[in-house]
Design a protein around this ligand. Structure first.
Ligand code: ZN
Length: 145
């Protein structure tokens, strides 16, 4: 879609997560997307109903897009920046990391994502319980009246 280039231009063609330059590669069928390729990333993931519209799209390199998966965008950004701070060379060689480093970081992302989902589930359960208690009390009071 054309507007990804408008967004990328606003970001000076730098990935919104790792800040590395994104390249517009000519894609041939059957070829895997290079890690530094410019991709369209949904802030609220498509899997969770995030719409494909201007205010939900950022330009991200293929590497960050794959690494993030369905993780919360801000949480991913923070995790990545923390990693870059710990390893000063990591940002510069982000698109060339070893398969070992890739899996280590991907696992970490999955763990954070799972923790977030558990937190969300807990909140939903708490809300449901509060709602049940509330309606039970209300019914009880109505019956007494
Ligand atoms: Zn990136």
């Amino acid at each position: 879609m054309a507007y990804i280039h408008t967004i990328a231009k606003l970001q000076n063609y730098r990935c919104c997560y790792c800040d590395n330059l994104m390249i517009r590669h000519k894609q041939t069928d059957g070829q895997s997307t290079p890690r530094d390729a410019l991709t369209k990333d949904h802030v609220e993931p498509r899997a969770y109903g995030g719409p494909t519209q201007f205010d939900n799209i950022v330009a991200a390199c293929c590497m960050c897009n794959n690494m993030r998966g369905e993780m919360d965008a801000v949480a991913f950004f923070n995790l990545l920046q923390k990693r870059f701070k710990r390893d000063q060379t990591l940002r510069a060689r982000w698109h060339k990391i070893t398969p070992q480093e890739f899996s280590t970081f991907k696992l970490q992302c999955i763990h954070v994502h799972e923790r977030q989902l558990r937190g969300l589930a807990k909140t939903y359960v708490e809300h449901a319980i509060h709602h049940m208690i509330f309606t039970h009390r209300r019914r009880h009071q109505l019956r007494r009246a």
